[in-house]
Design a protein around this ligand. Structure first.
Ligand SMILES: NC(=O)c1ccc[n+]([C@@H]2O[C@H](COP(=O)([O-])OP(=O)(O)OC[C@H]3O[C@@H](n4cnc5c(N)ncnc54)[C@H](OP(=O)(O)O)[C@@H]3O)[C@@H](O)[C@H]2O)c1
Length: 316
């Protein structure tokens, strides 16, 4: 089969398309013919070697959508089933390939009306948004929830999930995307470059905040948060982040949750819930651009360096 692989850590140029053996599905795994694999920032961290993965050579890619071609006979899935999955590309080979072996606890059925590219684009960011908002923040209907970076892969799905939960959704994003993010369910949009952003957001007293850049926003979050707010941190650009005013945050009973999508205990269950929302039309990732396997390096450059709404997808 054709697969993108890297034999050394480094920049996007270490990615090459190679002819490799089709993977064999092990115990509790299915073989899936990959129709679409989404591109995530984490793929680049594994490629660079700043996050540790299985070993080299490695196929990148954490999520996929495709068709089951071999089953273990016990999982309830059949050959020909449409599925989507995530949690790969770390302890398992990844998904920028024609086939992938997928553990049955990391995949769910993809509803018939949902295209493969949308399924792949939803998987990792959908599970991340779910773990942040449902598992960690325990977001409730009627709460006010702030989503930072709402045009991003995680952000634009988190806006939809929070809105589906019945929360009032505030979002920060570049003004170019405000209309589309409003259509996804946000009621108030803020330009993250505005000088009085803190005052504008603080007036709404959000009690749940999803933060994708803790080094930029943790102190901001502590100041704008309403009483007993839960802030969930999913990312940062540099390793240090802190508060300017710890005593005010403490008095406000602000709590901070730090998380990794890869730790999600019941990924298959979360994917199945996301599938229900997709089938109902309440949630759908926006596919901004599509790439061929031999454009994987270009796609990884773009995910880190370019601005777009939603997700980039590779179609093998
Ligand atoms: N912990 C986890 O499990 C987990 C899971 C998924 C992702 N992450 C991390 O979360 C982060 C976001 O992931 P993603 O997949 O959503 O990435 P993405 O699709 O590349 O989105 C990044 C977003 O950040 C926005 N942005 C850029 N500069 C900003 C600023 N100064 N203030 C606010 N927003 C800004 C971008 O908007 P513009 O294009 O308008 O600049 C874009 O919408 C990454 O660091 C990723 O590694 C962590």
């Amino acid at each position: 089969m054709q697969a993108v692989r890297y034999h050394d850590h480094g920049g996007p140029d270490v990615l090459d398309v190679e002819e490799t053996e089709r993977p064999e599905a092990g115990a509790d795994e299915l073989l899936v013919e990959v129709r679409a694999a989404a591109v995530n920032p984490v793929d680049t961290y594994f490629r660079e070697g700043s996050y540790r993965a299985l070993g080299l050579p490695m196929v990148p890619g954490s999520d996929l959508a495709g068709v089951v071609t071999e089953t273990d006979g016990e999982s309830g899935f059949e050959v020909g089933d449409r599925v989507f999955a995530t949690g790969l590309g770390k302890a398992h080979q990844g998904t920028y390939a024609e086939y992938a072996a997928v553990p049955t606890d990391r995949l769910a059925r993809l509803p018939d009306g949902v295209d493969f590219d949308v399924g792949a684009a939803t998987a990792l960011v959908g599970v991340t948004a779910w773990r942040a908002l449902v598992d960690h923040a325990r977001l409730e209907p009627g709460e006010t929830c702030l989503i930072h970076g709402a045009s991003g892969g995680v952000g634009h799905v988190a806006v939809q999930l929070a809105a589906a939960t019945g929360a009032e959704v505030l979002a920060t994003a570049s003004p170019d995307y405000h209309d589309e993010i409003r259509d996804l369910g946000a009621s108030e949009l803020f330009d993250y470059e505005e000088a009085d952003l803190r005052e504008q957001v603080a007036a709404h007293e959000p009690t749940v905040i999803l933060d994708h850049r803790l080094d930029d926003y943790l102190s901001f979050d502590a100041e704008v948060a309403g009483f007993a707010a839960r802030v969930v941190g999913i990312g940062e650009n540099s390793k240090e982040a802190g508060f300017e005013n710890v005593s005010a945050a403490r008095a406000n009973e602000f709590s901070l949750h730090l998380m990794s999508m890869f730790n999600t205990p019941e990924m298959a269950l979360v994917l199945a819930r996301l599938a229900t929302l997709m089938e109902a039309g309440s949630l759908s990732a926006n596919v901004a651009r599509r790439y061929d396997l031999d454009e994987a390096g270009e796609a990884q450059r773009a995910v880190m360096g370019e601005s777009f709404l939603g997700k980039l997808v590779i179609e093998p």
